[in-house]
Design a protein around this ligand. Structure first.
Ligand SMILES: C[S@@+](CC[C@H](N)C(=O)[O-])C[C@H]1O[C@@H](n2cnc3c(N)ncnc32)[C@H](O)[C@@H]1O
Length: 424
């Protein structure tokens, strides 16, 4: 391994690593901040440069702060708890500005970062691991940074306290059923009437695990436990169908379906979308269970919701029907990457909303760029793919009116945003 070096940190990258350009080589130093001089040991090649392990902060930056979480630095969940809040908010907003600049959209209007509470996450994807050694405890937590080792979390500052309170109970039950050497994925969502748990292990549960999980659900008032096995998702325990109110409309999400990470961020995003749309007919592409479709329809619009997940669209349609505006909502199960709605299909809509996964919506943005839709609202959790898709829209004659970054993923390198486009 190379000798350690004293390097000056110039910037903070999108993953929260300090970036040093030293003697013609770029180093990425996790835990280091801009303006600091640190001693770091070069490691593996990363992109155009090298990762380097922080050994010592020789001259700390004025923005250095004490991380609130004992797991910070090991746990992969948070990247930047070691920075003062104001500098952190500037960095987050700056990630969006930089992505737009890289796509040639310099000077696009980016609002200040909209903040949400740090401990607001209502859903988490935990990893469970039981070592092979006899009597070794079962770990339940998040993956370590850059590793598939599991950090056995005792505390967490980003989970809702009632979700964190479930962790030791879940760990106890998993300790009795995860086989030695095995790793399971455990997704937990807090619905309004109890937790909704989805366990993935790559095999069928077996009668003992199913029984233990069903008893756990009964004991702890868990709404539903499902198992994601080779034959698909099946229920293990169903005490109550999980229900979540989204913009005041009850929705019954299928197991494992996409939901925004926090209820507060969901409300912020829905508000930003509602304020940006125009016209009585709206297409909501990548709609999921209806985070945007439902409030828009409740407000009187006619909404055409499109998603590749039939289960999500079924939940959306049922929620709209139960709320009394099912007649205003149509749904279409469709792969928008392979079969985007063509420019001609979009001509009746006053606004198109799209909220794709991290890969973005290049094919759909290309069709929108050819369309006459007066307004487009893009929601994204990835500034890089958003900027790429935004450049397609701008190339097609849209003006990017504003981009609002929303800090849904506190202390991580991820940022949510809403971009509003209008035809000139
Ligand atoms: C970021 S989520 C947004 C969901 C919803 N707008 C919300 O806020 O809850 C992305 C959605 O895109 C859907 N999706 C992923 N790939 C897709 C594809 N190729 N075509 C259509 N929908 C897709 C997923 O099922 C998911 O519901």
């Amino acid at each position: 391994m190379a000798d350690s070096l004293a390097v000056q940190i110039d910037a903070l990258g999108p993953r929260g690593d300090g970036i040093a350009d030293h003697a013609g080589t770029r180093f990425y130093v996790a835990g280091a901040l801009p303006g600091e001089t640190v001693r770091a040991r070069p490691g593996q090649k990363r992109g155009e440069g090298f990762a380097a392990a922080l050994e010592e902060v020789l001259e700390p930056a004025p923005d250095r702060a004490v991380p609130p979480c004992a797991h910070f630095g090991t746990c992969g969940g948070c990247a930047v708890q070691h920075m003062a809040d104001g500098a952190y908010a500037d960095w987050k907003r700056g990630l969006v500005v930089a992505a737009l600049e890289r796509a040639g959209l310099d000077g696009a209007p980016v609002t200040p970062l909209v903040r949400t509470a740090p401990d607001g996450r209502r859903r988490a994807e935990f990893a469970a691991f039981r070592p092979r050694a006899k009597g070794a405890p079962t770990f339940l937590g998040f993956h370590e940074r850059g590793s598939n080792r599991v950090v056995d979390i005792a505390g967490c500052h980003i989970l809702r306290p009632d979700l964190l309170a479930l962790v030791p109970k879940l760990r106890d039950v998993l300790a009795g059923i995860v086989p030695p050497g095995a790793r399971w994925d455990v997704h937990v969502t807090l619905a309004d009437n109890g937790a909704d748990i989805l366990v993935g292990a790559g095999h069928a549960p077996g009668p003992d695990a199913a029984m233990e999980l069903a008893m756990f659900a009964e004991r702890e008032g868990i709404a539903r436990v499902s198992w994601d096995g080779p034959d698909g998702v099946e229920p293990v325990a169903l005490r109550e169908t999980p229900v979540l109110e989204m913009s005041g409309i009850p929705v019954e999400p299928p197991p494992g379906v996409f939901l925004q990470a926090s209820a507060e961020a969901e409300a912020v995003l829905a508000g930003l979308v509602r304020d940006a749309v125009e016209g009585a007919r709206i297409a909501d592409l990548y709609s999921g269970v209806g985070t945007f479709s439902l409030p828009l329809a409740a407000g009187g619009a006619t909404v055409h919701a499109v998603d590749s997940e039939a289960g999500a669209l079924g939940a959306l349609a049922r929620a709209a029907g139960n709320a009394g505006f099912g007649g205003q909502v149509t749904t279409d199960v469709r792969d928008l990457a392979k079969r985007p709605l063509a420019a001609g299909d979009l001509k009746h809509f006053g606004t198109v909303v799209f909220d794709p996964p991290r890969a973005g919506a290049a094919a759909q943005a290309a069709e929108l760029a050819l369309s006459a839709v007066p307004r487009v609202v893009a929601v994204s959790c990835n500034p890089a793919t958003f900027a790429r898709d935004a450049a397609l829209l701008v190339g097609g004659g849209y003006a990017l009116e504003r981009v609002t970054p929303v800090d849904q993923f506190f202390w991580s390198g991820h940022v949510e945003l809403v971009g509003v486009f209008a035809r000139g």
